[in-house]
Ligand binder design. Sequence first.
Ligand code: 13P
Length: 264
Amino acid sequence: MSRKPIIAGNWKMNLLQEEGKELFNGIKTFAKNFSESQLPTIVVAPTFLSIPAVASCKHNCGCGCEKVAIAAQNCHWKSSGAYTGEVSVEMVKDAGCEYVIIGHSERRQYFSETDEMINLKAKAILAGGLIPIICCGETLEQREAGITDEHISSQIKAALDGISSEDVAKSVIAYEPIWAIGTGKTCDADEANRVIGMIRNVVKEVSGSEAAASIRILYGGSVKPSTIEEQMSKSDIDGALVGGASLAAESFNEIISNTMKVSV
Ligand code: 13P
């Protein structure tokens, strides 16, 4: 089965509204030159506050905006109520999002997100008709202790617990080794492919072979225009979740065009 690649940009806590709009314009203008079938699925994840600015152009006006999907970087699992500072699935959907990133290591580390919360979020996102991008990854200490696979397998099993195979099939997982995030140290492509293959086996075990064959699993961690071709040439890597290099249209667009050289 061939899986359509995804190139997703996680803007993290960067860019003011106008800057986000400008970056989005640079990406959509590039995407406009290609048909949907030539392009990978392109996703950008602005801050909550920049989502409306970026989404204001999503009217199928033919400017290329329809080729760039929007993700939120987080959401709450409850639909409404007294949860100061939080944003629901319905709210991010209403603002124009089709995807939500959950379980990013920065949220696990700095905001104490647990596997249980990530599972609740994944269920709420799918119930709301959006697609979760579920992040997982090991620390350097875990890698050095030889418990990478065990750790990631338990993160994935917890995140997918109680989710139907059909919903798992349309979800996205991002394998982001923590030691490779923002460090310039990319995980060796063969090793990233091995871990992603292992994740696919875990999905097969919990959700069956159809879901395992359909789910798209991305690599994230210091992805650059110069690394993406080798990464995309590997059997199990279905795309990239890009941080730093997604903050400039030039480098993000180059990642997209290099992806198109190898797959799509
Ligand atoms: P960098 O590409 O900056 O390493 O960030 C990766 C990441 O955390 C994407 O979610």
